[in-house]
Design a protein around this ligand. Structure first.
Ligand code: XLS
Ligand code: NI
Ligand code: NI
Length: 495
């Protein structure tokens, strides 16, 4: 996309790429050693000076800073790997994550944060020209070779005293993000534009949302949330975002004793209907996504899982307007597996995006770990391939480093590992499809329905009386083996 002032940006891009290439004049990215006498406000160096662009080196490489399975331009099953994956970096985990947990203080002192005083950083973040966090983020994406990102309004810009001030803070950072998107698109991605995979409004951190946002018992909070979403939709569109997301972290309840569940659900539907209307007014072309999660922070969230969310959408006549963003760790928290929720979304035409992560079987919360289980990744990719891909959705790494991983390079290693795992899953799916025996096993299992009477049943045309007559005629059915172990054996051999 050509914009006004592109030539200026190309010039800046050339200068910047020279700086990057020569790696001279690099300010060490920490507050003590920053160029401007202990303040990194004037920052224009590299944040990751020792790390160059991550390249594909193949499965035999021992270099942790290389891709072993993800080869962006390689074609698999008729599409380039990058087009199957459409990877995205989650700004909040990667650049705002501190390693703090309910029991412990932050463990990470990232070069772009001061690690202690969030207000200082917040102020610094709100100053367009000197926003080290956003700058670090785009350098990271460039080096990783990922051209999509996801954000909440409040992770990129802080709250002000009034909504007006807050919106102005957001505008300043969004202007810088837009500039950097164009800049890095030119220098790093040969004209393909960097953009958000999705944007969203953070409707769970601020105390005003303690009873929920769209489902708050306070009408002024409902209104505030609407105003916040309106603005977040606008900036997502401005940045070229491909989707807009709703995650209802506090849309739910702690106790049914003080909750009018019917009223809250009706409010949520009105809120989402208003978002649909505003999307149309804006002319926003992307998908609206809902992200199911059963609980945490509330005891019960209304978008419990894919099936519950689908029922809600149908009840309120919103089905055609939303797709689902399935997060693997949420699926397991709801008592399903990730592939179960992916398939539930897919067969109902709702699979729009994946928040790629995984939980820990021994810890009962949303640990948001990078997915490194190859078997799981293969099943995930099976759903994606059956879905014909995810576009305009993709894979957002809603995943964070463990509290104990504190090196800057760990951020790269984590993403590389997550990307390689899914890439390996895709390669395995190709093997399974080429081999064909799993598909054949499933086909054979249902072949009794590939008959005249089976077809009539599937068309919903056979009544109980007819089936009773058939049963008299057929006698006791022959019931063959399900071949589960054989299916597992075939699956294993593709990994
Ligand atoms: C939290 C959610 C959240 C959404 C975006 O559990 O996964 O990160 O993806 O608000
Ligand atoms: Ni998520
Ligand atoms: Ni989550």
């Amino acid at each position: 996309m050509k914009i006004k002032g592109t030539s200026v940006l190309v010039f800046v891009a050339l200068v910047l790429s020279t700086v990057i290439a020569e790696s001279t004049q690099t300010c060490r990215a920490n507050l003590e050693a920053a160029c401007n006498g202990g303040s990194s406000d004037g920052w224009d160096g590299e944040f990751f000076p020792g790390i160059s662009k991550i390249k594909y080196e193949g499965p035999t490489s021992k270099n942790p800073l290389s891709y072993k399975w993800y080869n962006a331009d390689e074609e698999i099953l008729g599409k380039k790997m990058k087009d199957w994956m459409r990877f995205s970096v989650a700004f909040w985990h990667t650049f705002r994550g501190t390693g703090a947990d309910p029991f412990g203080a932050p463990t990470k002192s990232w070069p772009w944060e001061d690690g202690t005083n969030s207000l200082t950083i917040a102020k610094r973040r709100s100053k367009k020209a000197s926003n080290p966090v956003v700058r670090a983020h785009f350098e990271f994406m460039n080096k990783l070779g990922v051209d999509r990102w996801c954000f909440h309004d409040r992770d990129i810009a802080p709250d002000g005293k009034t909504l007006k001030e807050t919106n102005a803070n957001l505008d300043a950072v969004v202007a810088l993000a837009k500039e950097l998107q164009v800049l890095y698109s030119e220098i790093a991605f040969e004209g393909t534009s960097i953009k958000p995979l999705w944007g969203t409004a953070q409707l769970f951190l601020h105390p005003r949302y303690m009873h929920g946002a769209a489902t708050s018992s306070e009408v002024a909070v409902y209104a505030y949330a609407a105003a916040q979403v309106k603005k977040a939709m606008e900036v997502t569109q401005y940045l070229g975002g491909e989707n807009y997301l709703f995650w209802g972290g506090r849309e739910g309840y702690q106790s049914l004793l003080n909750t009018d569940m019917q009223r809250e659900l009706d409010h949520m539907a009105s809120f989402l209907q208003a978002a649909v209307d505003y999307k149309k007014k804006l002319g926003f072309k992307g998908n609206l996504l809902l992200e199911p999660k059963p609980q945490e922070p509330t005891k019960h969230q209304y978008d419990w899982d894919a099936a519950t969310t689908f029922a809600f959408l149908q009840k309120y006549g919103l089905s055609g307007e939303f797709k689902l963003n399935i997060e693997c760790n949420h699926a397991t928290l709801s008592g399903h597996s990730c592939p179960h929720d992916l398939e539930t979304a897919r067969i109902n035409g709702l699979l729009g995006n994946i928040d790629a992560n995984t939980g820990d079987p021994q810890i009962g919360w949303d640990t948001d770990q990078f997915l490194t289980d190859i078997a799981e990744a293969t099943l995930v990719m099976l759903s994606v391939v059956r879905n014909g891909g995810l576009a305009p959705g993709g894979f957002n790494f809603d995943a964070k480093l463990r509290r104990e991983s504190t090196d800057v390079e760990d951020l790269f290693i984590a993403h590389i590992s997550g990307m390689d795992t899914l890439a390996r899953g895709l390669r395995n799916v190709a093997k399974l499809i080429e081999d064909g025996s799993l598909t054949e096993l499933v086909r054979k299992r249902y072949q009794s329905f590939d008959t005249e009477i089976g077809a009539l049943i599937e068309a919903g045309k056979v009544d109980f009386e007819t089936l009773e007559k058939k049963t008299m005629e057929w006698g006791e059915p022959y019931v063959p083996s399900a071949k589960q172990e054989l299916a597992e054996m075939i699956f294993q051999s593709a990994l």
